[in-house]
Design a binder for this molecule. Sequence first.
Ligand code: HEC
Length: 222
Amino acid sequence: MNPDPDNNTPAAAGVVADLAPADPREHIEPNEAQRPMSLWYVTFLCLFFGWGGYYVQRYSADYGALSYDENAGFGGAKTNIVKQVDPYVLGKRLFENVCAKCHQPDGHGVAGQYPPLVGSEWALASGPARMVRIALDGLQGPITVKGAGYNNTMTPHRDALNDQQLAAILTYVRTQKEWGHNASAVAPEEVAGIRNKTKDRAALGSWTAAELLALPDHEPRP
Ligand code: HEC
């Protein structure tokens, strides 16, 4: 069985065709089969999705608008450089997320239910002492705003907003240019001071307008 490739006689042709090896330069014939996925690939996918899950869990902050950290760096990494946050910008975003549900994005409130902040003597008082208290522990009972009476309940935000966030919201409300407001800004330290001084208030329930009017609108320095 050793065919001579040079033997081209018709009698030997069939044997040559059967036994000649396929041209070694040809690719192997494709065939259908199931092959196991590469272990490297499986390992890579596990690590990739594992890391992705960890990352989302670690940095999503429950997807809460209020827990967004203005000072977080790229990827949530903490840096020592504290970025200066414009309270007006932060305050606008928080106002729209928190206060606008009731007082409306345009600040005009809802007649008979939610008093307006635009032009409100409560919002534009010369000092923020009453407004900080309202924002911290809420307000209930009869109140007059711009000559109109309301008797409803405002929820407290003591636990939902920190000093910086509350100061930013109140600064925004007091200085909202489109509303023509030009009152003084509110510093986080002012909020912190009142928060500390009124820490037992939550147990006593929300403020009433009468209680607040008995207080000076400027916080006396301790
Ligand atoms: C759940 C609805 C609700 C939310 C949210 C809310 N308020 Fe109020 N707010 C009220 C109601 C109702 C009153 C009036 C309460 C009353 O009748 O005694 C009020 C009163 C006020 C007043 C005094 C009256 C006035 O109109 O000036 C201020 C100031 C105020 N809110 C600021 C805020 C700020 C700032 C926020 C966001 C941190 C906020 N409110 C979030 C419902 C709300």
